[in-house]
Design a protein around this ligand. Structure first.
Ligand code: SIN
Ligand code: CO
Length: 430
């Protein structure tokens, strides 16, 4: 790609920006629009929003999503990060958080995996390292709230919100991701360089993905509140200019290879194939002749297995069931915590009527036409399903909304069950 088209939102004094091929005309033509940004109406895809540099989610999805990068100045003008470096270090020392330290010494990369002991941070060099913590949305209410701003993208695509801290010159090196990512600058400044290069050869001996020959085409310095959207496979390199923290909001795009493998596994375990195949339905060879070459795979075996595999059939139901289970399943390290002093159903309903309810920060709730998936577990949608769909989309039900919807006693019973398991919490705001 000779030049990746990038639109910038509200331009700041760009003296720190060194565009290599930046089409500024597009950026400038957007300025009047930004001035008239209407307030965000949740889930209105046509409303222009500052988060996207004054374009609507609809416009963003059409022109940029999975297609081309977007630099947004002052996406969240007052944003100064979600936590400070000491708090991020505390998280990195927690058993249930996934963290990494990337250090570069004399041009050589080193990666260490958490959980860390606090003393690990006392011995680090002054510069050129980065601490990365995944799934910060599982720990911080503010991180979960931030993700709600991206509610115009299907929840099934969301991976996590990662936060990085780096002193001067820290970064993870030039690389590409197979994710869509929004890189939102918290405190400090970071210089991003990007490239649409096709050469994705990696340094063979490095302990992390480093591009062997990174050829940047554009670069910008992001300041607090600025955001850069990158589709999968755009090469990028972010280097801290002084101490800085960056939030990466990542949306996974699973590979066909991953989907095929996981779908076949799902079919065999739970799909209609598993239901059709009887326990005694197995390979048989009553006509096998005595062999001279016992190590050779028999033709009959190959043929018969071919015939068994040719019987594999699946329906749209199997696909929905697979997607909801696979994409909604919590990562292996996720543990839900039941409330310490659980309220009985009557007390739960009383509190929910006043304060509303919300999904736990770690909960995923997806749905299809007939079924829903709570943390990957499938169940049929109840007859009066309105409340469930609303809870899944907004991840919360305000008290007032709960009053309207709670006339259905099966709803309150089910929600109480989820509350006892730690999947739902009392209180609409985190
Ligand atoms: C970082 O936050 O340092 C790295 C994020 C990325 O490049 O994907
Ligand atoms: Co990256």
């Amino acid at each position: 790609m000779a030049c990746i088209p990038v639109i910038t939102g509200k331009a700041r004094n760009d003296c720190t920006v060194t565009p290599l091929h930046l089409p500024l005309s597009v950026a400038q033509s957007l300025l009047p629009i930004v001035t008239f940004i209407r307030t965000l109406t949740p889930n209105d895809p046509m409303t222009k929003i500052q988060l996207l540099g004054g374009i609507s989610p609809d416009h963003f999805l059409r022109d940029h999503w999975q297609k081309k990068p977007l630099l947004i100045r002052e996406a969240l003008p007052d944003f100064r990060g979600l936590l400070d470096a000491a708090e991020l270090i505390d998280l990195a020392c927690q058993e249930d958080a996934q963290s990494r330290l990337v250090i570069r010494r004399n041009g050589r990369w080193e990666v260490r995996h958490g959980p860390f002991a606090p003393r690990a941070f006392a011995r680090l060099p002054k510069k050129d390292w980065t601490l990365l913590v995944q799934d910060v949305n599982h720990f911080l209410p503010a991180a979960r709230e931030l993700l709600l701003k991206f509610n115009f993208i299907p929840h099934s695509r969301l991976d996590d919100l990662m936060v990085s801290y780096a002193p001067e010159e820290g970064g993870v090196g030039p690389h590409f991701d197979s994710y869509d990512v929004f890189l939102l600058q918290g405190t400090g400044r970071r210089r991003w360089r990007i490239s649409g290069q096709k050469d994705r050869t990696l340094v063979a001996a490095a302990p992390l993905k480093i591009l062997q020959d990174f050829r940047p085409e554009q670069e910008w310095v992001l300041e607090p509140g600025d955001m850069l959207y990158l589709p999968p496979h755009i090469a990028h390199d972010g280097v801290a200019l002084g101490e800085c923290m960056t939030c990466s909001i990542g949306f996974r795009s699973p590979s066909a290879r991953e989907l095929i493998g996981q779908f076949l596994y799902h079919l065999a375990e739970r799909g209609s194939v598993a239901q059709q195949a009887r326990e005694d339905d197995r390979y048989r060879d009553p006509r096998q002749d005595a062999v001279k070459h016992p190590a050779r795979l028999p033709d009959g075996l190959i043929e018969q297995v071919g015939a068994i595999l040719a019987r594999i059939r699946w329906s749209e139901r199997d696909i929905v069931s697979f997607l909801g289970s696979y994409l909604g399943e919590p990562k292996a390290h996720v543990v839900f915590e039941a409330p310490e002093r659980p309220a009985n159903e009557a007390a739960f309903v009383k509190k929910a009527l006043r304060h509303g309810v919300r999904l736990d920060r770690k909960t995923t709730l997806l749905y299809g036409k007939d079924s829903y998936f709570l943390n990957g577990e499938e169940d049929r949608l109840p007859r009066s399903k309105k409340w469930l769909l609303e809870l899944a989309d907004a991840r919360r039900l305000e008290g007032k909304r709960f009053v309207t919807l709670s006339a259905d006693s099966s709803m309150t019973a089910l929600l109480h069950e989820w509350y006892l398991a730690g999947w739902v919490r009392i209180g609409a705001s985190a």
